[in-house]
Design a protein around this ligand. Structure first.
Ligand code: SF4
Ligand code: SF4
Length: 295
């Protein structure tokens, strides 16, 4: 599967492929069947984990950095690229292939994927792709279907093992990835962008930090005055301190509040007063950690 995207995604980074698929591919529903198996006995074993574009979602990064016992910053520095694209509205994060001649995936080992149970969404989905349209003004009711990716080198399609689409998705434990993907899509396809909004460099950086660099975002939450300024449930605050998924939930709320102006986080009454002029705002908003997250 060289020089290609591993699977068409509805997460924003594969739009031309998705458009083509929407027009041409046989559409599969949950009960449609296909044959496929991938195991160490196939002659192509490990050949497809090279020179492939794998776009990472925030949840992919969360799972991988936990698996590799790294901080988000270490993982992003070591294993990802952030290609700058024309008209890019939100950051794009791609798994960086090794610099060898074959551009091998850094997660590949002789016995297969070294992060198998935490591998990214596109790797879990293969050989299925997902195409989706967002064609209503307020939601995600557009056409959504699966299709079969059939790379010529892949011998897995000749295996006898038969699946329904639903059984494959269950087997790959795709549910959690899909739920996080939907929540992230609500940010990347936010009406702010549809209405022509463009994030400033510092806001783009906050978007990236909150969604992808969770350990840095945790410092922003706990080392800045944020928790003094906003009402966040105390139990949830304690959860966020140690639980990356809780923190990512808050990160998405924070993006919606701080970048798109949604009322997803509520300011404390004294902050409201400060904005109304009866308190000194500088006392509430001066903190180095807050600057760090947007620089
Ligand atoms: S993450 Fe694993 S499955 Fe995905 S390309 Fe790399 S080695 Fe292959
Ligand atoms: S069967 Fe397909 S997915 Fe499995 S190793 Fe071969 S090319 Fe990759």
């Amino acid at each position: 599967m060289s020089d290609t995207n591993r699977a068409a995604s509805d997460q924003g980074a594969h739009q031309p492929l998705a458009d083509r698929v929407l027009a041409e591919a046989p559409r599969l529903g949950p009960d449609d069947r296909f044959s496929f198996a991938c195991h160490a006995g196939v002659p192509c074993f490990n050949k497809c984990c090279r020179d492939v574009n794998i776009f990472l979602s925030p949840y992919d990064v969360l799972r991988l950095k936990q698996r590799l016992r790294m901080t988000s910053g270490e993982f992003l520095d070591r294993y990802t690229l952030m290609p700058v694209q024309k008209d890019m509205r939100t950051p794009v994060v791609v798994l960086r292939m090794n610099a060898d001649a074959e551009k091998t995936c850094p997660m590949l080992t002789d016995s297969g994927c070294g992060v198998y149970t935490d591998r990214p969404w596109p790797c879990r989905m293969y050989p299925l792709g997902l195409a989706a349209q967002k064609d209503t003004p307020d939601g995600w009711q557009g056409e959504r279907f699966y299709f079969l990716l059939h790379d010529q080198e892949c011998r897995g399609h000749a295996e006898a093992k038969e699946w329904t689409v639903r059984a494959w998705l269950d087997d790959q434990q795709i549910d959690a990835y899909d739920q996080w993907g939907e929540a992230f899509k609500e940010l990347t396809l936010h009406k702010f962008f549809e209405e022509g909004g463009v994030l400033s460099p510092s806001k783009l950086h906050m978007f990236f930090t909150a969604c992808y660099d969770l350990d840095k975002f945790r410092r922003f939450v706990f080392d800045s005055t944020l928790l003094q300024r906003f009402e966040v449930d105390e139990d949830f605050v304690e959860e966020m301190r140690y639980d990356d998924e809780a923190l990512l939930r808050f990160a998405f709320l924070w993006v919606r509040f701080s970048l798109f102006g949604e009322p997803t986080v509520r300011a404390r009454p004294e902050v409201v007063e400060a904005f109304q002029g009866s308190l000194d705002k500088r006392a509430l908003f001066t903190n180095a950690a807050a600057d760090e997250a947007t620089s």
